[in-house]
Design a protein around this ligand. Structure first.
Ligand code: AMP
Length: 410
């Protein structure tokens, strides 16, 4: 299927071409036609599936068709609520990119920064507003935002809203929306609370589900190094000597750990930047922009800060610490392998983390091949079943780092 088959208007097709998109992703194929017909939609999809375009494109098209007089006063007609600043910025950037030939105005609001620039833009008038829940409610209360004219409402990453304690804010926001509207809800998982919400806010929705946890797992090449806690930094420095690692997102369980990694890398002459909650919004954005622009090769992040990091051509994810929640592993490795492209995820596992590895392998229903060929092996016997997995490593010398040096098309 091509974008032409989706009955998109010429300015949008042109914008997608500018982005280098040639064929729609699965969720775009499934979601765009019913959305253009005005249906509500429940999308079970993670970031990385192309879901932003799946909702942004039809909204832009319907708004562009509706916008008979581009000079008429601008009111917010589409509202997208998403849990994090990074995601909000990314979604707003997507609207800008896909809508660049349409003359619609979009903007983004989020907390942690002064509100003046945001309220100035809102006062000048926007058609599409992307927001995080707290700042949105704040600006509604201050009367900078009115939701009276909203005809498209997107609730993004609904399950994370729940995890992050935003669900009551979300319910409050929904209470300000007109009853007649098109509603879209995206969630990677559907906990009870979200199912209840879905039933109360959508009417006869189309359901689309793509890239279940396992398929992200399948397209990303994975490997685990058994390594002592103290040797992790040496192993990281050793691995980063390999130029095949074009860009690496290194995950640390804690902010303190992230700072420590940066320090260790700096000591070895490896430039890296950290992104975590303790950094100011400006510092985080700068670190992210430098990483995206390939000025920084290594970005060290905590799980919360990494939410919504969307970097095309991210070749490697390195789990410096294994997460104790197995789903987090899947979210982490989903940072690479975007839109069906391959990627490599390498994990460091010390003695204490072995139970976490077991939980992860249970969740993804496969053994992660063990990479034995490295200078800092853990001085104890490894579990026999992981050795078996190493033997089954599909290409190259089983378990060797070279196995991961395959030319990934990026
Ligand atoms: P998302 O799931 O919306 O965060 O999108 C994941 C990544 O896929 C983003 O970097 C998009 O720019 C990219 N993308 C979205 N749709 C397509 C497409 N049809 N072809 C190629 N890349 C795409």
């Amino acid at each position: 299927m091509s974008f032409d088959d989706l009955k998109l208007i010429a300015p949008i097709r042109k914008a997608l071409k500018t982005q280098g998109y040639t064929v729609p992703t699965l969720i775009q194929e499934q979601a765009i036609p019913p959305l253009l017909e005005g249906r509500d939609l429940i999308g079970c999809a993670q970031t990385g599936t192309g879901k932003t375009a799946a909702f942004a494109v039809p909204i832009l098209q319907l708004l562009a068709e509706e916008l008979r007089n581009p000079k008429a006063p601008k009111t917010i007609k589409a509202l997208i609520v998403t849990p994090t600043r990074e995601l909000a910025i990314q979604i707003d950037d997507s609207f800008t990119a896909y809508g660049q030939y349409l003359g619609l105005k979009n903007t983004v609001i989020f907390g942690g920064v002064p509100q003046k620039a945001q309220t100035d833009t809102l006062t000048a008038g926007v058609d599409i507003l992307v927001a995080t829940p707290g700042r949105l409610l704040d600006l509604i209360n201050q009367k900078y935002v009115s939701l009276r004219h909203v005809s498209f409402f997107v609730l993004d990453e609904a399950d994370r809203m729940l995890d992050m304690g935003f669900i009551n804010d979300v319910k409050k926001i929904i209470s300000y929306l007109p009853k007649t509207r098109q509603t879209l809800l995206f969630s990677a998982t559907m906990p009870m609370e979200i199912t209840k919400l879905v039933n109360s806010i959508t009417v006869n929705p189309v359901r689309v589900a793509v890239t279940p946890v396992s398929s992200t797992v399948d397209i990303v090449e994975q490997g685990v190094y058994f390594v002592g806690k103290k040797d992790k930094k040496h192993l990281l420095i050793h691995l980063l000597k390999d130029e095949a690692i074009a860009s690496a997102l290194v995950f640390s369980r804690t902010k303190h750990g992230a700072n420590k990694i940066i320090k260790d890398l700096a000591g070895a002459g490896v430039q890296a930047a950290a992104i975590h909650g303790n950094k100011s919004q400006g510092a985080r954005q700068l670190a992210l922009n430098n990483f995206k622009a390939k000025k920084t090769r290594v970005l060290v992040a905590t799980d919360i800060a990494a939410r919504g990091i969307d970097v095309e051509e991210l070749s490697h994810v390195i789990n410096y610490d294994l997460p104790n929640i197995p789903e987090t592993y899947v979210h982490r490795i989903g940072r690479t392998g975007r839109a069906g492209l391959g990627g490599v995820a390498l994990s460091f596992c010390d003695t204490e983390e072995k139970p976490y590895l077991k939980d992860i392998e249970k969740l993804i229903a496969k053994k992660i091949p063990v990479i034995e060929d490295h200078p800092y092996p853990l001085m104890e016997t490894e579990p026999a079943d992981n050795k078996e997995a190493a033997k089954k490593a599909p290409v190259g010398k089983p378990g060797s780092v070279g196995y991961f040096r395959r030319n990934i098309k990026r």
